[in-house]
Design a protein around this ligand. Sequence first.
Ligand code: ZN
Length: 289
Amino acid sequence: MKKFLYIIVLFLAACQPKQKDTRELVSVSILPQKYFVDQIAGDLLQVNVLVPPGSSPHNYSILPSQMKDMAKSKVWLQIGLLTFEDALKDKLADINKELAIVNCSEGIEPIAGSECEEEGHDHEHAHHEAYDPHIWLAPAESKIMAQNILNALKAGFPHHSTSFDANYERFISKIDSVSSLIDQKLASLTNRNILIFHPTLGYYARQFKLTQTALELDGKEPSPKHMKSIVDLAREQNIRVIFIQKEFDAENAQQLARELDGEVVIIDPLDYDWEKQLQDITEKIAAQK
Ligand SMILES: [Zn+2]
């Protein structure tokens, strides 16, 4: 009987409706941006993330059920360089006229997207972005993003400005220390070439003076011709590590690793915990022989 009562109590506890979240709503495109907003807003705002874990931000299309949260959002912080964001922007005009759409890449010097390999190739593939959108993976660009987010949050929620300012200062110091940590870790690195499946480390490579080569070309699986040129390049540059994002099929990377007598190393650039992820990526690059 006692056990039975216990089960009833547990059952009732589980059925208790969750306290309704009454905080004002901000939308962001990808999960690492939520980390940025949380750093600046603390728990003052509710954050809606558009691209769910496991989905690609390059060819995402928003679910009809997600429109409800977009209609309730006061601000949408875009990366500003993702094609899905443009498509969505038009749809939002009707459902939320008050929505402030903010481009987090404002003020960043963008890196051009990869060129098409084959001549006469038409440029109308869906996944191809004009500029590299992976701005959040370099501390220098992250600081500009943080400034853009601070401005947007202060404009949208002026009553919290004092808290935002104080948190922002702390966040900037954190970014600075992550940046100097990376500098230290990579200072003695002699081979500054990195091979990666999907080119997420362009801005990181620009800041820390590395050279990134991608297996993927225009968001597509590598052609045999491209694979061959990568093998030659990797041998010449003595590269044995192939980085791959956890969402991607590792088969091509594994095949390449076998040819180079090397290994595939997994990274997670869309992880929520920006600081942990940058440290992890750095450790793995620093461990390259
Ligand atoms: Zn990407």
